[in-house]
Design a protein. Structure first.
Length: 127
């Protein structure tokens, strides 16, 4: 993904730089790293719902960048999302009425794979 390059320079927008100052003002100098969640959230908002690696690499006025990785490593927002999100009902009544077949047809037609919600994806759609 070219726009998720860790080597790209990144910084908060001018408007968000003021928000960064406001967020950091809530923490003493000893605990600035505690602002990592609100700062990552602000970076995600700046990118319309996803968190680029370059934002995590940027020293967003927090000394502990590794904390950003530890915090966001299992966080789905580090992958760019599409414009549209399709959800197919996965409850037993829907499955009985053919939701799995509808899901399979959508996945095949759109050329995408299961979203990886492991607890709701008991079978492999990779074929």
């Amino acid at each position: 993904m070219p726009d998720n390059n860790p080597d790209l320079p990144w910084e908060f927008s001018d408007g968000n730089k003021e928000k960064v100052k406001e967020i950091l003002s809530h923490y003493s100098s000893k605990y600035k790293q505690s602002a990592v969640i609100p700062l990552l959230d602000l970076a995600q908002q700046q990118h319309q719902g996803w968190l680029p690696v370059s934002a995590m690499n940027a020293k967003i006025q927090v000394a502990v960048v590794k904390l950003a990785y530890l915090t966001s490593d299992s966080y789905a927002a580090s992958h760019k999302v599409g414009k549209y999100h399709l959800l197919v009902c996965g409850t037993m009544p829907c499955i009985i009425r053919g939701s799995r077949e509808i899901e399979d047809a959508l996945l095949k037609h759109l050329g995408v794979k299961c979203s990886g919600m492991l607890y709701k994806c008991p079978y492999d759609n990779s074929s």
